[in-house]
Design a protein around this ligand. Structure first.
Ligand code: NAP
Length: 257
């Protein structure tokens, strides 16, 4: 993929990985549109990143996805890259039985359904344009779960599987399908996690993580697993029980609370 001259839509670009991607793509002479659910956060992005286009839109609401598509297809018909990055992550004690059903599966609605709906809406436009690409942001936790975040990890495993199928289904088109599986990265996503939840995990600086993504994207590396993510993938294949046990250690602390 060319790193310049694209028209790129990034869902969840108001902080963290999406924000960093937007910043880097803007530096490289791309047209960049970012979305998010919070007007104030988007306004801050607009103030900080010269030239960025911001649109308020929630990927977990089909009506928002439709409205976003209509606006982008009208104002940015050259759109050739969609980066499905919007996501949330929480810890859930599955023994608690305290969450309302919708709260229990929020991560499925945003991380999985949101991605699938966005791709369904935008694929016809991407197919019309040259040098088109879809990026799905999964996680190293797609390969082995962190047991204290069970729904998040199930959602990311689903996205990994979906990416494999999507890539096969689009082989007869010119749309490339990338999966970025970040490792634990320094962003707001992990702000509510305790140090004990992250034992043995080294957080990757977000600029470094996005640097690895850009490298992979430029070289048509379709599955990009920066840092500890590639180790998680390796361990899940060759030492699955060991790595699951390691990542399940914080469950004891969760039960003690
Ligand atoms: N940080 C990590 O360690 C890590 C590791 C692996 C994978 N990832 C993945 O990387 C992606 C980006 O996360 P991040 O680390 O950059 O976290 P972040 O800083 O919390 O960014 C998440 C972004 O998604 C947006 N968002 C959340 N729900 C949304 C919705 N329903 N519709 C539209 N936008 C929504 C947020 O903005 P609003 O809340 O204002 O909507 C924000 O811009 C996520 O998919 C995450 O799972 C992160």
């Amino acid at each position: 993929m060319n790193l310049s001259g694209n028209t790129i839509l990034i869902t969840g670009g108001s902080s963290g990985i999406g924000y960093e991607m937007a910043k880097e793509f803007l530096k490289k002479s791309n047209t960049v549109i970012v979305t998010g659910r919070n007007e104030q956060k988007l306004q801050k992005v607009k103030n900080e990143l010269k030239g960025v286009v911001t649109i308020l839109s929630d990927v977990s609401k089909p009506e928002d996805v439709k409205k976003l598509y209509d606006q982008v297809a009208k104002d940015f018909p050259a759109l050739n890259v969609l980066i499905n990055n919007a996501g949330i992550m929480v810890t859930i004690n599955l023994q608690n039985h305290q969450l309302a059903p919708m709260d229990l599966t929020n991560e499925i609605d945003i991380n999985v359904k949101g991605t699938i709906w966005m791709i369904d809406a935008f694929l016809p436009l991407l197919k019309k344009n040259k040098n088109a690409a879809l990026v799905i942001v999964s996680s190293g936790l797609a390969f082995v779960p962190l047991a204290i975040s069970p729904v998040y990890c199930a959602a990311k495993a689903a996205l990994h599987s979906y990416s494999l199928s999507l890539r096969e289904q689009l082989r007869n088109t010119e749309v490339k399908v990338f999966e970025l599986a970040p490792p634990a990265t320094e962003t707001e996503l992990l702000k509510n996690f305790k140090d004990s939840d992250m034992e043995g995990v080294s957080l990757m600086p977000v600029d470094k993580m996005v640097g690895v993504f850009l490298d992979g994207f430029a070289n048509d590396k379709f599955e990009i697993c920066p840092g500890q993510s590639s180790q998680l993938k390796f361990m899940s294949r060759f030492f699955p029980r060991f790595i699951l046990k390691q990542l399940s250690k914080p469950v004891a602390a969760m039960h003690a609370n």
